[in-house]
Design a protein. Structure first.
Lengths: 380, 100
C-alpha cells in the first residue's frame, strides 16, 4: 500500500494524542453544562475556568479577555462586526490588507455593503504590509485596523508590533488574525501591542470547530450570537467544553515546544527548498527571503500546471495544496499571490507545501523524489 | 453505429468542466458535428483516462499514449470559449478522424 504523507499543515493539523485525551475525558466524564448549578455543571465550569486561564497565560493576558468561539472565522467576524458596532456612528472606516484570510476580507466586503469605508492595503512582492501605508490610510473616522500576523499562503510575518505603535498613537483598535502564528511564533498580546487576536485550534493540533478571540479589557464588542450570558455576554451558547479543553491543551502543547519546533521546521524548510531547487531549473520560492514562517513554503514550478501537479502528487500519496485550502476550488487565482504581483502563469504553477510537528526529513526526501518524477508529466 | 465521443477533462473544478463542455456541445451542434460530449475529472485517486475518440483537456492530465486517442489542450477556452487557435485544432482533429 502506497504511503500517505501529509504536507498541508496550514489547512489543518492532526489532533495530537495529548489533545485527544483532554477532549475524551471531557466527553466521557465531564459532560455537564457549565451554567448548571449542580455538581455536574460546576465540575465542567471548573474545567472551563482552567482552560480559559491556560489560553490566557499563553497569550499573556487575563482570563476574562478570552472569548471562546467556534473557530477563527467566527473570531474574525466578531472582532470586525462586533468591534465596529459598538463604536460611535462617525467611526466607520476599517483598514485591512489585500492578503487577509477570506474570513476578514469577506467581513470587510460586507461592511462596505453596509456603508462602511474599507481600505485594503497593498503588499509588496514579499507579501508584506508597509506600516507607513497603515499610517497614511488612517483617517479621523478610522475605527479598526485588522492585519494578519502570518500569511497562510506564503508565510510572510507582518510587522504587527510596528503597526500597533501607529495604531496606539492614533487611539485605533488593532486586531490580528494569529491563526498561523500562534503555533510557532512568540505571541504575546502585550509585546505585539494588539487589542484583539484570533486563533484556531485545528491549526495547532487541536480539534476543528473551536477557537478564541482575545479582546483587551476596555474594548466593547457587540455579540454576533445572542441568547445567553456565556462568555461574559459576548458570545451566547452552551460552551463546547470538550472543544475548549482541546484548544487549551493544544495551546499548551505548542507553547511548550515552540522554540525548538521553530528551529526544527526552519531546518526542514531549508532542506526542502534546497532539494527542490537542485532538482531542476524554474523553481521559485515565493514570499520573503529572510524572516518567514518556518512551516509555509509557496513554490512555483515554471512551465508546470499546478492543479495537475497537485493531482499527480495526491495520486502518489502526498497531500499538498494549491494556494490556500479555502480557494483551492475557485476558478480565480490566489488573491494573495495576485496582490504580491505574481503573473497569472506563475500563480497557476504554484503549490503550497506546509510542514508540521510530524514532518520528517525522510518524508520530504520522498516528496522531492515524487516531485522530480511527476513534474515532466505536468508541463503546460 | 458508434458515436464519436469527445471527453472534456478537468481537474478539481466540476463547474469549470461543465461550462466548457456545454459550450463545446453547443458549438458542435451549430457546426453540424454529430458527437457525444462527456466530462471527466482527473482528480480521482487513480486517474485512469476515459475511453474516448478525442480528449480535450483543461490541464495536462493525459498523454496520447496513456489515453489511446488524440489529446488536445483546451485551457484557453476557459477564458475565451471561441479561442480561435484552440477551436481550429479541435476542428482539424475531428475532421481528420471523423470526416463528415
Amino acid at each position: 500500500m502506497k504511503s500517505r504523507i501529509y504536507l498541508d499543515y496550514c489547512a489543518t493539523t492532526p489532533v495530537h494524542s495529548i489533545v485527544r485525551d483532554a477532549i475524551l475525558s471531557a466527553l466521557e466524564a465531564d459532560f455537564g453544562n457549565p451554567s448548571s448549578l449542580h455538581w455536574a455543571g460546576q465540575n465542567a465550569a471548573g474545567l472551563l475556568k482552567q482552560a480559559r486561564a491556560d489560553v490566557a497565560s499563553a497569550l499573556g493576558c487575563a482570563p476574562d479577555e478570552i472569548i471562546f468561539t467556534s473557530g477563527a472565522t467566527e473570531a474574525d467576524n466578531l472582532a470586525i462586526f462586533g468591534g465596529l458596532k459598538r463604536l460611535p456612528p462617525n467611526k466607520t472606516h476599517l483598514i485591512t490588507s489585500a492578503i487577509e484570510h477570506h474570513a476578514v476580507l469577506h467581513a470587510a466586503q460586507e461592511l462596505e455593503r453596509e456603508g462602511c469605508a474599507v481600505t485594503c492595503l497593498p503588499v509588496d512582492g514579499r507579501g508584506l504590509v508597509d506600516p507607513e501605508d497603515v499610517r497614511r490610510a488612517i483617517r479621523p473616522e478610522t475605527a479598526l485596523i485588522s492585519i494578519m500576523l502570518v500569511n497562510n499562503e506564503v508565510g510572510s510575518i507582518q510587522p504587527i508590533a510596528e503597526i500597533s505603535r501607529i495604531a496606539r498613537e492614533r487611539g485605533i483598535c488593532l486586531h490580528t488574525d494569529a491563526v498561523q502564528g500562534i503555533g510557532l511564533l512568540d505571541v504575546d498580546v502585550n509585546a505585539l501591542g494588539v487589542d484583539m487576536l484570533s486563533l484556531s485550534a485545528h491549526k495547532i493540533y487541536g480539534p476543528k470547530g473551536i477557537g478564541a478571540l482575545y479582546v483587551r479589557r476596555g474594548i466593547e464588542l457587540s455579540p454576533l450570537i445572542v441568547g445567553g450570558a456565556q462568555e461574559g455576554s459576548r458570545r451566547a451558547g452552551t460552551e463546547n467544553v470538550p472543544g475548549i479543553l482541546g484548544l487549551a491543551a493544544a495551546v499548551k502543547l505548542v507553547r511548550g515546544h515552540r522554540a525548538e519546533e521553530r528551529a526544527r521546521l526552519l531546518g526542514l524548510r531549508e532542506r526542502l527548498v534546497n532539494a527542490m531547487q537542485a532538482s531542476g531549473p524554474g523553481v521559485i520560492v515565493n514570499g520573503p527571503k529572510g524572516e518567514v514562517a518556518p512551516h509555509v513554503v509557496s513554490v512555483s514550478f515554471e512551465g508546470a500546471d499546478a492543479e495537475m501537479l497537485q493531482i499527480r502528487l495526491n495520486q502518489e500519496g502526498f497531500a499538498v495544496s494549491l494556494g490556500s485550502a479555502c480557494n483551492s476550488k475557485s476558478i480565480e487565482p490566489s488573491h494573495v499571490l495576485t496582490a504580491m504581483g505574481l503573473p497569472r502563469e506563475q500563480i497557476e504553477a504554484t503549490l503550497r507545501i506546509s510542514l508540521g510537528m510530524f514532518t520528517t526529513e525522510a518524508e520530504l526526501d520522498l516528496f522531492v523524489d515524487a516531485l522530480t518524477r511527476v513534474l515532466p508529466r505536468v508541463a503546460v | 453505429m458508434t458515436t464519436y465521443k469527445v471527453c472534456v477533462v478537468g481537474g478539481h473544478c466540476s463547474n469549470r468542466v461543465m461550462i466548457v463542455a456545454e459550450q463545446l456541445t453547443e458549438f458542435f451542434e451549430k457546426q453540424g458535428i454529430a458527437c457525444q460530449v462527456v466530462t471527466h475529472l482527473a482528480a480521482g485517486e487513480y486517474g485512469f483516462p476515459p475511453r474516448s475518440n478525442l480528449i480535450l483537456q483543461l490541464l495536462p492530465a493525459f498523454t496520447e499514449s496513456e489515453a489511446g486517442c488524440p489529446v488536445i489542450n483546451i485551457k484557453p477556452l476557459i477564458g475565451d470559449p471561441m479561442h480561435p487557435a484552440t477551436i481550429e485544432k479541435i476542428l482539424t482533429q475531428i475532421q481528420a478522424d471523423y470526416p463528415t
